[in-house]
Design a protein around this ligand. Structure first.
Ligand code: GLP
Length: 243
């Protein structure tokens, strides 16, 4: 089931999502949180960090699982998701790196399932709250159009549109963006107890329209969330313009 909340702008949406996260952490100090990269959730992470400082909230028992990571990129690279999650989540929230998991695959990993990450999530008790962004082509995590809705964590090929969109983070442009990535599968994401997808700006309006269009279809990864038991989309007015 997908519910939609339309807020005036990114600042208001980030504040609401940060409050939901903080409430969860207070209620369940050992919560398991799924974290996304990309520019979309950064405001929510910043506000959450402020709330944690303000309330002196205990974060020592939390566990985090990142959604995805490029294959064939050094973790020292500032745009590896290991580095991004460290910079936007681990350090600002004041959690120990041992509490934070990012999927890993060797440089020469073939396309296919990597179920050990799902086993690690299950061993932690499953994800209480999964944060998501969405790509212009509707990808969630790095689940590109055509990914089966029951896919576990896997290595998959990135589309040209995704590599072009993400090339803004790489000095060397699109050629420097790895062609494959490891990502929690749609099946993994659908197992989370609660999911929040944030999308801001007019560039996301088509992907949001397609995610809500029925019936869900595998060429529109965002539409898989219609099968989620508890998912809310937090949108600004521009991202919601076509629904
Ligand atoms: C990347 C990530 C996704 C993210 C998407 C959107 O491709 N793998 O998890 O949702 O980018 O990024 P942004 O939030 O910067 O628009």
């Amino acid at each position: 089931m997908v519910n939609v909340k339309i807020l005036p702008d990114k600042t208001h949406a980030s504040e609401e999502v940060a409050q939901i996260l903080h409430d969860l952490i207070v209620e369940k100090p050992n919560a398991v949180i799924g974290v996304a990269t990309g520019s979309t959730p950064e405001g929510a992470y910043e506000r959450l960090a402020e709330k944690i400082k303000e309330h002196n909230t205990d974060v020592s028992q939390l566990r985090f699982f990142a959604l995805d990571e490029y294959v064939g990129i050094s973790w020292d690279h500032p745009e590896s998701y290991h580095a991004v999650i460290n910079r936007t989540v681990t350090v600002p929230l004041g959690v120990d790196p041992s509490q934070v998991n990012v999927p890993e695959a060797p440089d020469d990993a073939p396309v296919g399932s990597v179920e050990s990450y799902d086993e690690k999530i299950a061993a932690a008790g499953g994800i209480d709250l999964q944060l998501l962004g969405i790509g212009r082509n509707g990808h969630i995590g790095f689940n590109e159009p055509g990914t089966p809705f029951d896919a576990p964590t896997h290595v998959g090929e990135l589309t040209n549109i995704t590599r072009e969109d993400n090339s803004r983070f790489f000095e060397g442009g699109v050629d420097e963006v790895p062609p494959t990535a490891i990502t929690q599968g749609i099946g993994t994401i659908l197992k989370s107890r609660q999911a929040i997808l944030m999308a801001f700006g007019e560039a996301k309006a088509d992907a949001i329209r397609d995610s809500l269009a029925t019936p869900p279809a595998e060429d529109r990864p965002g539409s898989s969330l219609q099968h989620h038991s508890n998912c809310v989309l937090y949108l600004d007015e521009a991202a919601a313009a076509k629904i």
